[in-house]
Every structure is written in C-alpha cells, then in structure tokens.
Design a protein around this ligand. Sequence first.
Ligand SMILES: [Zn+2]
Ligand SMILES: [Zn+2]
Length: 241
Amino acid sequence: MKIIADLHLHTIASGHAFSTIKEYVQAAQRAKLKYIAITDHGPAMPGGAHQYHFSNLRMLPNEVDGITLLKGAEANIKDAQGNLDLPDFELSALDIVIASIHPRCGYNGSKEKENTKALKGAMQNQHVKVIGHPGNPRYPVNIKEIVGFAKESGVLIEINNASLISWARKGSEANCLEFAQEVKRQNWFVCIGSDSHFIDTVGNCDAALALIKEAGIPADHVVNASKELVREWFFEGSRKL
Ligand SMILES: [Zn+2]
Ligand SMILES: [Zn+2]
C-alpha cells in the first residue's frame, strides 16, 4: 500500500517545529504525495499557534506547486470533558481537525476511564475528524470503546508514525497495533500521519503502514491511500455516519 497524503504535519507556527509550508511542499513533491495537511498545534500548547493563525489559513492557496493543502489544526484536548483549545467557529472553517491529548496543555487526567471520557467528549465535537495518536501509553484508553465511539461519531483513528519511530510517546507500538486490530474488527477507518516537525520525515509512514498490514486493514479503509477517500473525508464533509 502506498500513501498519497500526509495528514499530520507541524510547521514553524507550532513553536517547536522547524520547517515552513513551502519546504513541506517541496518535500511532499519528492515523496510523490498529492496532499499534505498543515496541522499546527493549538494555542494551549506552550509556543503553539495563536487562534488568528487558524482563522487566517484561508489566506493560503488551496494548492501550491501541485500539492493540495488541507488547512487544519491539531487541537488540544484541554479538560476531562474533551473541550478543545479552539472555538467551534474557527474549527468549522478547517479541512481537518485532529484532536489530541498532550502534556501541559490543560488536561491533567491519567486514568483509563478519564482519558476515555475525554477522547469521547472531543469526538462529540462535530468538527473533529481525527483522534491523534490515541495509542500513547501515557494516556491509556479503553480501545474497544474508543473505536466503537469513533465509528458512531464518524471520526478517524490515527495511526501516528512518529509514535512508532521517534523518542516521543515511546512504548506506543502495542496500543497502536491493538487500535488497528480493533478498527479492522469493527470495520472502521484509519488515517496515517507522519507528525513531522521537520521535512525529513514527510510522507515517511512505513512503520504505520507495516502495522496496518499486520492488523489486516484493507487499503479502502486507509484514508491516505486514495484521492477519493481524502476528498470524501476532508473536502466533501462526509463523515460516514
Ligand atoms: Zn500530537
Ligand atoms: Zn502533532
């Protein structure tokens, strides 16, 4: 399986990432991608982008040098109810909203029950299309319940390549595999993101693809695998409800 989209990237606007959109576009061309999602960290992240960054994404062209941009955010889950750090009117204008739990961004839970509740709360937000790196062992969740609720809510489960290869979120592999196997069992969908903070990893999702293969998820349930699925999920507003 090949991917034509990288659905999770951070630019210098995230405060702790090191490449520009233009550099990502060039890297995406080299990686033979058609789409990249610009998903900078929300304002609750120390150094994260200001709310105005997200409202002003409309200034960007939809396509740069043959690469289509998905204008998005990686919003922070900021409390136990799953509220996000960007208001709904900002989120509603974006092509892709990933909701994720990060340390030091407001949410202080750690137990499986509270983490599960927080993710479910975030998925109830109609603008959230992806749950980011839910396999993080720092925030254990009830995987069966999260996949079931994702399916009910039309939200994608992300298989985050950085969780599998980088120093961040170490020990994610077993949970990520369990997520992928549960997605397969419940006949649901995944998307893949490199979660790049520098251009060298754009489109490199080999570890995530290997895990998806191991779990037996077919290509037509991997949103990154075709233009049709990317369009359907992120540009046509369909959430498979
Ligand atoms: Zn993240
Ligand atoms: Zn990220």
